[in-house]
Write a protein that binds this ligand. Structure first.
Ligand code: N01
Length: 573
């Protein structure tokens, strides 16, 4: 097959090299899954570009100690390959980062996907040519390729926010971003380490650092609801049982609110007559571990004020029992938002960590970090912390960031950057009017929760849409603006009564983009649950891809019914 040559000197850049039916940006869960769909199921010629030196995306970049899934292993996987599902042996309930990475690599090897992926190459731009019905994709090596379809599989959380602390570059010690953790070993032994951020990343890395660091200072602006993960190794019997339940697990995931294979509670807060009964319901869910606390407690916890308050108090009580120092315990109790306003992290002995003598929680809610200094860090109140290492776990420009990091230009030169920063809207999470033949694998307003389930459903839909086009002789597919607006309105209606919207803006919840300075908060996910979403998708397909318009441009470059472009050896330009 044709491969892209080494980068050219800048004077000779912008060389058009080859064409494909589809170009994919990104080679993690979404990129690999859609590459398989298009190449192996549809027989298209496909090229994927990946910024990392291997597959994995999030699991490639976020290789910080303690990184592991918050989804149970049996659902955090490539569902599409049943045989592989039945062979792969997960070691724990929540597998560590190297294991997830190994899983993805193995999938790529099994299906020979590597040969279609160019690594260390970032898609910089994509420009739609309406007259010819093609996308021109430009990489950071200055190479241009053309394709009929452009698929953004760039992930949800691949663009970390710029740490906003003045003086960061003056720091003389070691400084790491969890989202760009180095490949070399990092030791904390005997060091004074600061962790800034108490989202899922900070909550995972802090207890690992605490084990060996001389001192750990955890800088907390907003206390989070950290749910006990209750991780355990999977024994032989459990593993074997799970391996043969792929269909059942997948079917459950496609029904559950966030795409997890678990039964949602049907107990409403009002169903319980006494506080004792209420605590019993919550205790059971707390002991079950992980996100089960969200879904197996009160079904109306997200919208019922009383249920949310009771749940908040319940968690406060748990924190007070777990953390010995009463002052620290009170600081850890979230008071400015109810559970569900932010994405709760899962803790692996997180609260217990504060009972160690070498760990200090630093409250920076009213006393912000003023500056990073050469020797450490200074708060607005003048307190100085001497440090050997700073770990930044300060979050991402979720959903929107990965898409606007590329210069994508659609019809009449409209930029995706302008479009999405004005409104983080898509149709079904996968398409945007004005950007024909472009699919987003995890675009804003795709279903949240367990992303492997989401991308499996979306890859299947993309495959079916392209097959539909080929069967009808269409060349161009585009979301209809009215359909997009209706879908967006539905997403808003579902979120507005919820705690996520009511409290989430104030506590900068990334689930609604409220953590990005200058960005108007908006729901970044479909929160209607998987069952409703898959029903919607079925309806879209059954009604001939309702909400999409199809057309043929004046001239079309490379038709699907001809031989694959690569077979024609069509090097253009
Ligand atoms: O980021 P976050 P994350 N001064 O945005 C703080 C996924 N994930 O990387 O809350 C001081 O949640 C900020 O404070 P505040 C998962 O979906 C998954 O931890 O804004 N603090 C907050 O505490 C997750 O939800 C997994 O007051 C500042 C933290 O930084 C998502 O990634 C593992 C600050 C950012 O928390 C994001 O998690 C890890 C400032 N100027 C991540 N700016 C697994 O599945 C920011 N903060 C295992």
């Amino acid at each position: 097959m044709l491969t892209t040559p080494a980068p050219l000197p800048s004077a000779q850049r912008r060389t058009r090299v080859t064409d494909y039916d589809a170009v994919i940006a990104g080679a993690a869960f979404a990129g690999l899954r859609v590459l398989y769909e298009l190449r192996d199921r549809l027989g298209l010629s496909v090229k994927a570009f990946e910024a990392g030196s291997d597959v994995g995306g999030t699991w490639y970049w976020n290789r910080y100690p303690g990184a592991r899934t918050d989804t149970e292993s049996w659902a955090y996987c490539m569902f599409f390959d049943k045989e592989f599902y039945e062979q792969w042996e997960w070691s724990e309930r929540y597998p560590p980062q190297p294991e997830v990475l190994a899983h993805l690599k193995r999938v790529a090897e099994r299906h020979d996907l590597y040969k279609n992926i160019e690594f260390n190459t970032r898609v910089e731009a994509a420009t739609w040519d309406e007259a010819n019905g093609i996308w021109t994709i430009t990489t950071d090596h200055g190479v241009e390729v053309t394709a009929r379809y452009f698929i953004a599989a760039t992930g949800l959380l691949s663009i970390p926010l710029e740490p906003p602390f003045p003086g960061l570059s003056s720091f003389k010690g070691e400084c790491y971003l969890t989202a760009r953790w180095p490949h070399h070993a990092v030791t904390f032994e005997g060091k004074r380490v600061a962790v800034i951020g108490t989202g899922a990343s900070g909550v995972q890395i802090a207890p690992v650092i605490a084990h060996t660091a001389e001192r750990l200072f955890l800088f907390q602006r907003t206390a989070n609801y950290v749910l006990p993960a209750r991780n355990v190794p999977l024994d032989e019997e459990w593993r074997k049982e799970l391996m043969h339940k792929r269909d059942e697990i997948y079917a459950m995931s496609c029904k559950q609110l966030w795409g997890f294979p678990m039964e949602d509670s049907t107990t409403r807060f009002a169903d319980c007559e006494t506080d004792e009964e209420r605590r019993f319901v919550l205790d059971r869910a707390w002991e079950a571990g992980g996100f089960r606390f969200l879904f197996q407690g009160f079904v109306d916890m997200w919208v019922d004020e009383e249920a949310a308050r009771f749940t908040q108090e319940f968690v406060h009580d748990k924190i007070r029992k777990l953390v010995k120092d009463p002052e620290t315990a009170e600081l850890l109790c979230p008071r400015d938002h109810r559970l569900g306003a932010k994405r709760p992290p899962l803790g692996h002995h997180y609260y217990e960590m504060f009972n160690r003598e070498n760990v200090t929680l630093v409250d920076i809610k009213a006393n912000a970090i003023e500056a990073i200094t050469p020797g450490g860090l200074r708060l607005a109140g003048g307190e100085e912390y001497e440090l050997d290492m700073i770990v930044l776990a300060t979050g991402f420009d979720g959903m929107v960031g990965p898409l606007i990091s590329m210069d994508v230009r659609g019809c009449e030169g409209e930029t995706l950057r302008d479009r999405l920063t004005a409104a983080a809207d898509t149709y079904l999470g996968i398409a945007i009017d004005g950007f024909p033949n472009m699919f987003t694998m995890t675009g804003p307003k795709c279903p949240g929760g367990n992303i492997p389930t989401t991308v499996d459903i979306i890859a299947d839909l993309v495959g079916k849409a392209i097959t539909h086009m080929s069967g009808h002789g269409y060349d161009v597919i585009e979301a209809q603006p009215e359909a997009l607006q209706q879908y967006v309105a539905q997403c808003r209606r579902m979120v507005e009564p919820a705690v996520l919207w009511k409290d989430g803006v104030n506590v900068r919840s990334w689930l609604i983009g409220a953590n990005v300075p200058g960005r108007q908060p908006a729901p970044l996910f479909w929160f209607g649950g998987m069952e409703l979403y898959t029903g919607l998708i079925r309806q879209v397909i059954d009604h001939g891809f309702e909400g999409f318009a199809f057309r043929s441009p004046a001239k079309v470059y490379g038709r699907l019914d001809g031989p694959p472009l690569e077979a024609r050896g069509n090097v253009v330009g």
